[in-house]
Ligand binder design. Structure first.
Ligand SMILES: [Zn+2]
Length: 291
């Protein structure tokens, strides 16, 4: 995808230099170490020192245990490669803003662009602590997309889906969840929680987000380069539930699907890419077996 020198979104919140305070001191390790070295007496001394320190306001135990969610500034200097990735993400986000501004206007609505938070390792979000191992995600509660850029290494290495357009697809999919949230679709699905067929609604929601990612690609075709669509399709193929399950458990159990099969994910992305019209992306009307 062409992105050099293009408009970058101002809605990127770069939190890579902010660390969760709770992660600063591994208190469990400290207790184990003191107990081994000094026995129970050492632990008593540690506890007493802890209480005195707390009383004197030297530290906040809640933050140390990771429950405080406070963040502290740390020294962080991104590499040139990471900076390029940040620029790429900011341009992709700007592209989604342009497309969805227009589409919402066409529907007589107003698009409110979400913030995209770049973080490293762990970060407090409106949906609990974000962890890099979870991959990029959208939090409906605070309407933000969270991503640790190291996921892009996994996409290339673990999931064998390299290429910048694979990376753009992942963002466009998360923005698709934001669109669903603004349109009230996410709430309707959330209300189904607890029902035995809830997984089916989750799959429908995910496939629609893939469709919306395809729709975004449709309206962005002038910036695409040779091989881009294949990169996105490969990512959709590699992160389907069946592909992930067979890699992690060596077998496939369809009732546990929450995102759809690889084939379904590619199909709905392609449908969005071909159509470019949100009306063609209703994944909730048709029978589940026809998705
Ligand atoms: Zn999703």
């Amino acid at each position: 995808m062409e992105y050099k020198g293009r408009r970058q979104s101002t809605n990127v919140d770069d939190a890579r230099g902010r660390k969760m305070a709770g992660a600063a001191i591994p208190i469990g390790l400290l207790i184990r170490f003191v107990t081994r070295m000094f026995g129970a007496k050492g632990l008593l001394v540690l506890a007493a020192a802890g209480i005195i320190g707390w009383q004197m306001g030297l530290f906040d135990p809640a933050a140390m245990l990771g429950g405080g969610g406070q963040v502290t500034e740390v020294e962080y200097t991104p590499t040139a490669e990471e900076e390029q990735l940040r620029e790429f993400v900011a341009v992709t986000l700007a592209d989604t803003e342009d497309v969805w501004n227009r589409e919402f206007q066409r529907m007589g609505r107003q698009y409110r662009p979400p913030q995209l938070v770049l973080y490293r390792q762990q970060y407090p979000t409106g949906c609990g602590v974000g962890d890099a191992r979870m991959g990029p995600f959208y939090c409906p509660a605070d309407q933000k997309v969270y991503i640790d850029l190291s996921f892009y290494d996994s996409l290339e290495q673990e999931f064998s889906a390299p290429g910048d357009f694979a990376q753009a697809y992942v963002i466009a999919h998360e923005i698709g969840h934001h669109v669903q949230n603004l349109l009230g679709i996410s709430d309707q699905v959330a209300a189904m929680q607890g029902r035995p067929d809830y997984n089916e609604y989750s799959v429908r929601l995910e496939l629609q987000a893939d469709f919306l990612a395809g729709l975004w690609a449709h309206h962005n075709q002038r910036y695409l380069e040779h091989g881009d669509i294949e990169e996105a399709m490969r990512a959709a193929n590699q992160i389907g539930d069946d592909a992930i399950q067979s890699r992690t458990q060596g077998r496939i159990s369809p009732h546990a699907f929450t995102h759809g099969t690889s084939e379904q994910r590619m199909r709905w992305f392609e449908r969005g890419l071909e159509s470019g019209r949100i009306e063609d992306g209703d994944t909730f009307e048709m029978p589940y077996s026809s998705l």
